[in-house]
Design a protein around this ligand. Structure first.
Ligand code: PGA
Ligand code: ZN
Length: 421
């Protein structure tokens, strides 16, 4: 049996949850995340637009599409046939961007099928998807200062992340949590807000992006750790959010307008002054010449991750590879809508010498599929928010359990994972 329902995500918006119940009675369950700073080319999240419910954000249509359209077609199929089931859903939808049935409907089924298959074969999800070789734990990239579309402060850059590198995942996570607490103390000492944003990071009003990084570096030191050795830094500017078609306009802070070239100067300086190893969406999704320029300038030293730029879409990534743009791709299952297509994009990235970063969305649920996916694919990097808010810690805690389960076989990805290939 396949059944879907409307549940709430971490922002109090409705989202889709799907149960796939096998004849044995075993049940695979998954739910679908939702972004705030979405790429234009993402697969379509179907919303009801009925203003009488949830401010128009209901997902009853997507739920109905699972229960009435997809369910009856896949109910007789074997859950181990993930590729066939995903391909069938893509055909049933029939549009290039899943706008008919909704990527939220399709992804819910795709992930729930994967969980059902794992239960059926009595394997943990990471092993069911990745085989016996799946034993590489990712470095967590923890978004401890939130800005942009994820907070109502004055930071235009969306995410300031720490990537703690311990001897194993548990130690990395501990470093991350310790820095989080020391950052809280640092902000309090400076009379700044310690309320958190959508991804669990603090959302203080600060003088500049450089100040945010400065507070983080001090906090790493206050925690008794060494910036650049124990903890490195990453940013996701989500620059499409503040690009007006020709300039980058800091509308939340200084109102300054920067050309692509000047914007790249800012990044270049920040990477020189701080141990920043990864820049995500430093340029806007429709500023391909800016992207090309930053790749030429920084692409041999710093990881440059395309999120809104590539939207986990193999075809869009192929354009980037052809043009020599970016050197890594952010992987969000709901940007493309099926597990099969996600894996396809990832293997294409690997073949093309691009790194993959597994990612949550700013609107999340308690679902932890991405933790297993990160291990199954040996991606080596995961970003799933601060060590705060249950929907974020659920993913990190799942990785703790996976590491424990793998025992001596477990291996933590190293600092080298950020080095461009
Ligand atoms: P989103 O943000 O989920 O709101 O799109 C996450 C990101 O930009 O990486
Ligand atoms: Zn992003």
């Amino acid at each position: 049996m396949v059944r879907a329902r409307e549940i709430l995500d971490s922002r109090g918006n409705p989202t889709v949850e799907v149960d796939v119940v096998l004849d044995s009675g075993k049940m695979g369950r998954a739910s679908v995340p939702s972004g705030a700073s979405t790429g234009v080319l993402e697969a379509v999240e179907l919303r009801d637009k009925d203003m009488g419910r949830f401010l128009g954000r209901g997902v009853q249509k997507a739920v109905r599409n699972v229960n009435k359209v997809i369910g009856p077609k896949v109910v007789k199929m074997d859950p181990s046939e993930q590729k066939k089931i995903d391909a069938l859903m893509v055909r049933l939808d029939g549009t290039p961007n899943k706008s008919r049935l909704g990527a939220n409907a399709i992804l819910g089924v795709s992930l729930a099928v994967a969980h059902a298959a794992a239960l059926d074969s009595e394997l943990p999800l990471y092993e069911s998807l990745g085989g016996r070789d799946a034993r590489l734990l990712p470095i967590p990239m923890m978004n401890i200062v939130n800005g942009g579309a994820h907070a109502d402060n004055n930071l235009d850059f969306q995410e300031f992340m720490i990537a703690p590198i311990g001897r194993n995942f548990a130690e990395s996570l501990r470093f991350g949590a310790e820095v989080f607490h020391s950052l809280k103390a640092n902000l309090m000492k400076n009379g700044l807000s310690t309320a958190v944003g959508d991804e669990g990071g603090f959302a203080p009003k600060l003088g500049s992006h450089q100040h945010a990084v400065q507070h983080i570096v001090e906090s790493i030191e206050d925690a008794g750790l060494k910036p650049g050795r124990d903890v490195v830094l990453a940013m996701d500017s989500a620059a499409s959010e503040f690009y007006d078609g020709s300039n980058y306009v800091f509308k939340k802070s200084t109102k300054s307008r920067l050309s692509s070239e000047k914007m790249i100067d800012v990044y270049s300086d920040m990477c020189r002054n701080y141990p920043i190893v990864s820049l995500e969406d430093p340029m806007a999704e429709n500023d391909w010449s800016g992207w090309k320029a930053i790749t030429n300038r920084l692409g041999r030293k710093v990881q440059l991750v395309g999120d809104d730029l590539f939207v986990t879409n193999r075809k869009v990534l192929a354009k980037g590879v052809r043009q020599g743009v970016a050197n890594a791709v952010l992987i969000k299952v709901n940007q493309i809508g099926t597990l099969t297509e996600t894996f396809d994009t990832m293997s294409f990235a690997a073949k093309s010498g691009y790194r993959c970063v597994i990612s949550h969305r700013s609107g999340e649920t308690e679902d932890t599929s991405i933790s297993d996916i990160s291990v199954a694919t040996s991606a080596g990097q995961i970003k799933t928010g601060a060590p705060s808010r249950g929907e974020r810690t659920a993913k990190y805690n799942r990785l703790l359990r996976i590491e424990e389960e793998l025992g001596k076989r477990a291996k933590l990805s190293g600092r080298g994972v950020f080095r461009p290939l």
